[in-house]
Design a protein around this ligand. Structure first.
Ligand code: PLP
Length: 411
C-alpha cells in the first residue's frame, strides 16, 4: 500500500547525510561554499564535480525542498524559485523566444495575464488568449511558432475547470509543451503527471508555505516531453538528454535572472509542506460546510465551488482533483453595497487578498484586484460587482458559519 502524503513527506532522506544526524534540514544561510583544492573548484566549474558553489545557483536547503517536491509529486525534475511569478516567467523564458507564440486562457491570475499581455509582448512574444473550454478554439490558434499552451487548473476567481486530458491530447498531437499552473490545487488533490501534463508550475506562497509565511515557486518537469521537439531546448537535449529543460533553466535563466529561493524560505516551505495534507483537508471540509450553509441562506444569490454537486465544474472536479478542487469559493449577494456592508461586519474572516492562508480571507474582486480594468471588461471576465471571493482557512467550521451568519443578519 502506498504511504500517505504526510508520511512520505516526513521521511524523505536528505541529499547528503547530516554530520549531526539532524532531524530537520538545517538552514544553510551561506552564500558561498569552500572547496578543498584549486583542482576541485576548477573541476566544478568545468561541470565535472557537482557541488554547491554560490546560493543564487543552488543551495543545500533549497535542494532538499526541491527533492521533496519532486519525490512527492513523482516529477522527473524540480526547481524552486523566489516566487510563483518567478517560476512562471522562468518557465516561459526557457521555452520561447521572440517571434514565438503562446496559447493561454482568457481567465488567468492577474499578474500572469499582465506578464503575458504586457511584459513578454514587449519582447516580441505573442500570447493568444482563448476560452480553454473551447477545444476547437485552442487548436485553431496553433501554428508553427506555437511553443506552449498555458492555463490554470482552477481559474481564480471564476473557479472554472478545463478538461486537462483533452488539452494534453491537443498538445501531444502538435508536439507543443503543455504547462499548467496548479497553485489552487496543491499536490494532495492533483497529480499533473497522471493526467499527462508536461510541466507544472505553482506558487508555493499559497498552500505550501504553511500559511503565508514566505514567497516561493516551483517548476516540475514530469519527464513526459521530448525536448528535441522544441527548437529552443533542442541543443540542450543533445547535451543534457532528458534534463534539457531544467538544464536550460538553470544555466540561462534561473541563475541569470536572479530568481533563487533563499535557504530561509526553503525552511519555511519544508515545514509547510509537511503539514500540507492536514491543512488542506481541514480547509476543504470547511469549504464544503460553508458551501452548504451559504447555498441555503435566503440572502445569498449564488454560490460557486466546484466541490459542490450543484456546480457546473463538479464532474471535472471529481475526475481531476478527487472531488477537492482547492479551497477557494465565491458567493453573491444582491448588490455591491450589500457585499461591502457584509464584509464590514465580519469578525473572524479577514478582508485581505491572499489565498490559502491558514486564516479565512475575503475580498470583493470587482472593486480591488480587477479595478484597473474597464467595467465592461471586468464583467466579460466573469467579475461581477455582486461577487465576493472567500479563501477558506483552517478555523473550526462552526466558528466560520457563526461569523457569516451574524454578518448576514446585520445587512
Ligand atoms: C498567487 C498566484 C501566482 C503568483 O504567485 P506569487 O508567489 O505571488 O508570485 C500565480 N498563479 C496563481 C494561480 C496564483 O494564485
Amino acid at each position: 500500500m502506498e504511504k500517505s502524503f504526510t508520511t512520505r513527506s516526513l521521511n524523505i532522506p536528505f541529499p547528503k547525510e547530516d554530520p549531526h544526524r539532524a532531524l530537520d534540514m538545517p538552514v544553510y544561510e551561506s552564500i558561498a561554499f569552500d572547496f578543498a583544492s584549486s583542482e576541485d573548484i576548477a573541476a566544478n566549474f568545468r561541470g565535472e564535480l557537482p557541488a554547491h558553489v554560490y546560493s543564487r545557483t543552488s543551495n543545500p536547503t533549497v535542494e532538499y525542498f526541491e527533492r521533496k517536491m519532486k519525490t512527492l509529486t513523482g516529477a522527473y525534475q524540480s526547481l524552486a524559485l523566489a516566487s510563483g511569478m518567478a517560476a512562471i516567467s522562468n518557465t516561459i523564458l526557457a521555452l520561447c523566444k521572440a517571434g514565438d507564440n503562446i496559447i493561454s486562457s482568457n481567465h488567468l491570475f492577474g499578474h500572469s495575464f499582465a506578464l503575458l499581455d504586457q511584459s513578454f509582448a514587449s519582447y516580441g512574444l505573442e500570447t493568444r488568449f482563448v476560452d480553454t473550454n473551447n477545444l476547437a478554439e485552442i487548436e485553431s490558434n496553433i501554428d508553427e511558432n506555437t511553443r506552449l499552451i498555458y492555463f490554470e487548473t482552477v481559474t481564480n476567481p471564476q473557479l472554472e475547470i478545463a478538461d486537462i486530458e483533452a488539452i494534453v491530447a491537443i498538445a501531444n498531437k502538435h508536439q507543443i509543451v503543455l504547462v499548467v499552473d496548479s497553485t489552487v490545487t496543491p499536490p494532495v488533490s492533483f497529480s499533473s503527471k497522471s493526467l499527462g501534463v508536461h510541466v507544472e508550475v505553482m506558487s508555493t506562497t499559497k498552500f505550501i508555505s504553511g500559511g503565508a509565511t514566505s514567497f516561493g515557486g516551483v517548476i516540475l518537469d514530469n519527464g513526459l516531453y521530448d525536448w528535441s521537439k522544441n527548437p529552443n531546448t533542442k541543443d540542450f537535449r543533445e547535451k543534457f538528454g532528458k534534463d534539457a529543460f531544467i538544464a536550460r533553466l538553470r544555466k540561462n535563466y534561473y541563475r541569470n535572472t536572479g530568481g533563487a529561493m533563499t535557504a530561509h524560505t526553503a525552511h519555511y516551505q519544508i515545514l509547510g509542506l509537511d503539514i500540507l495534507e492536514l491543512r488542506f483537508e481541514r480547509s476543504y471540509q470547511n469549504c464544503m460546510a460553508l458551501g452548504e450553509f451559504l447555498s441555503q441562506h435566503p440572502k445569498v444569490k449564488k454560490v460557486t465551488y466546484p466541490g459542490l454537486k450543484s456546480d457546473v465544474g463538479y464532474e471535472l472536479a471529481m475526475k481531476q482533483f478527487n472531488g477537492k478542487p482547492g479551497t477557494v469559493m465565491t458567493f453573491d449577494l444582491e448588490s455591491q453595497a450589500a457585499c461591502f456592508a457584509f464584509m464590514n461586519e465580519l469578525e473572524i474572516i479577514r478582508r485581505a487578498t491572499n489565498l490559502n492562508d491558514n486564516k479565512s480571507l475575503i475580498i470583493h474582486p470587482f472593486s480591488t484586484i480587477y479595478v484597473e480594468f474597464p467595467e465592461e471588461e471586468r464583467k466579460a471576465m466573469g467579475i461581477q460587482p455582486t461577487m465576493m471571493r472567500l479563501s477558506v482557512g483552517i478555523e473550526a467550521a462552526p466558528d466560520l458559519i457563526a461569523d457569516i451568519e451574524q454578518a448576514l443578519s446585520r445587512i
